[in-house]
Design a binder for this molecule. Structure first.
Ligand code: PSU
Ligand code: MN
Length: 303
């Protein structure tokens, strides 16, 4: 049985690129269904795909569709993911039941990475990774994104952990898991909407060639774990105060588990009059473009 059993469908374009060793960048879909209101997430996903192509790589957007894991999606599938209230947020633990159930699942960073491992995709772009939530000592709410990064040999480009998290604790856990945090032209870990104020990164990289070389060495030296390349948002927003309010509001509304992140993002989008929404959309596309640049630099050097 091949990796992925008989439920993994690569689009022809993605399959051919992978077979030929050409650069491929995986993109998640939770941001399509749960990260933005209405169909804005579809536009963000399509823009991300354009940016990946502009940099010379093939976009591989991932979702669970009608009982299959699909890698490389058509626009109408993105629209279905955004439109259906039944679309499940699919982390690593949810993939199997989502496939078995036959419905729609939008993959988180962790869910997408699990699929990267099956398909042999080495690069992925997203907005912000999940991480250690504030108050984790009581709730033990720690995103499965981190554990999946620890067991997937793929490089993730993101603007750090989402600002609603405990960023310092997230950096500590990434260190424990052996996941390098490479600052893209920065010495500190960006905090999603906010470029500054985060802890030190484990190393800084200033060029795509340097990042690609470190990724290759990391995989040769340590085997199967991932790397985070943390790229500060081009437009930085200070949202520390509304984030506190958003977290209080989410708690008051009884949001727990998978519901916390979407609830907080939605509150912030409202509370900032759409400012976080614009920055969020921008940084997701920018990170996709950078992931593609790194994938291209990696492929240029060959095996
Ligand atoms: N980045 C965004 N918007 C999002 C997410 C990331 O800009 O909605 C999603 C990602 O899919 C990430 C998930 O994996 O939120 C984390 O959710 P949780 O904290 O429940 O693991
Ligand atoms: Mn969680």
């Amino acid at each position: 049985m091949p990796a992925g059993g008989d439920v993994l469908d690569l689009s022809a374009e993605v399959g051919e690129a992978l077979a030929a060793g050409r650069p491929v960048v995986a993109l998640e879909t939770t941001l399509v269904s749960h990260g933005f209101p209405g169909t804005r997430g579809v536009a963000v996903a399509l823009e991300s795909e354009l940016r990946v192509r502009a940099a010379g790589a093939v976009p591989a957007t991932v979702a669970v569709v009608d009982g299959r894991i699909r890698v490389g999606l058509a626009a109408d599938v993105l629209e279905r993911l955004a439109a259906s209230p039944a679309t499940r947020k699919a982390g690593p633990r949810d993939l199997a039941s989502c496939v078995a159930g036959g419905g729609l699942g939008s993959t988180t960073v962790g869910g997408t990475l699990a699929v990267c491992r099956l398909a042999g995709i080495r690069f992925m772009g997203t907005g912000g990774i999940g991480g250690v939530h504030r108050g984790f000592a009581r709730t033990l709410d720690i995103s499965a994104d981190l554990a999946q990064m620890a067991r997937t040999p793929a490089l993730v480009v993101a603007s750090g952990p989402k600002s609603l998290l405990d960023v310092q604790a997230t950096a500590e856990l990434l260190e424990s898991l052996g996941v390098p945090v490479l600052g893209w032209r920065t010495d500190t870990l960006p905090r999603f909407y906010t470029a500054s104020g985060g802890p030190a990164v484990s190393a800084r990289v200033d060029s795509a060639a340097e990042a690609a070389r470190i990724a290759r060495l990391h995989w040769q030296l340590t085997g199967g774990s991932g790397l985070l390349v943390a790229r500060p948002p081009s437009r930085s927003l200070d949202v520390d105060e509304p984030t506190e309010q958003a977290l209080e509001e989410a708690q008051r509304a009884g949001a727990v588990g998978q519901a916390v992140t979407p609830a907080v993002l939605a509150y912030l989008h409202q509370a900032t009059g759409g400012a976080t929404l614009e920055v969020n959309a921008e940084l997701i596309a920018d990170n996709a473009g950078l992931a593609a640049e790194l994938a291209v630099a990696y492929a240029a050097v060959g095996q």
